[in-house]
Write a protein that binds this ligand. Structure first.
Ligand code: THU
Length: 134
């Protein structure tokens, strides 16, 4: 299983590849799956602003494209001094492929700043089980 430091390094590397010419706010996300595979994503903005996508969405797409569908841990790295926690939509995206106790680590360039569980960030959530799926 890759270390948290490995996941942090992966998130930092992909953050540098973000396409964020409008917000100038680069985000990177790195997922590790239960079998130790790492998938990364960055935000990709668009001149038609609402069409842009978040780093977490990119990492989830990469995971699914490789045939994996469970998130064991995720690191999200943003810019500035504030905690860059996943946006509401991305909390729900993570929810689809994670459990309540799945760690979500929030990082800055210097390291992990704070760790939450999915349940802490998205309590009483709606998910696949509500639809009788999984
Ligand atoms: N962003 C992410 O990629 N993930 C988040 O969880 C928060 C926001 C991106 C979207 C947009 O490209 C930029 O950060 C500013 O909102």
């Amino acid at each position: 299983m890759p270390s948290l430091d490995t996941l942090f390094t992966a998130a930092k590397a992909i953050q540098a590849r973000a396409y964020a010419p409008y917000s100038r706010f680069k985000v990177g996300a790195a997922i590790v799956t239960p079998n130790g595979q790492v998938f990364t994503g960055c935000n990709v903005e668009n001149a038609a602003y609402p069409v842009g996508s978040c780093a977490e969405a990119g990492a989830i797409s990469a995971m699914l494209a490789a045939g994996e569908s469970r998130i064991a841990e995720i690191v999200v790295m943003g810019e500035g001094d504030n905690l860059v926690t996943p946006c509401g939509g991305c909390r729900q995206r993570i929810r689809e492929f994670a459990a309540g106790d799945t760690p979500i680590h929030i990082a800055g360039p210097e390291g992990i700043r704070k760790s939450f569980t999915l349940e802490e960030l998205l309590p009483f959530s709606f998910g696949p089980d509500n639809l009788g799926a999984r």
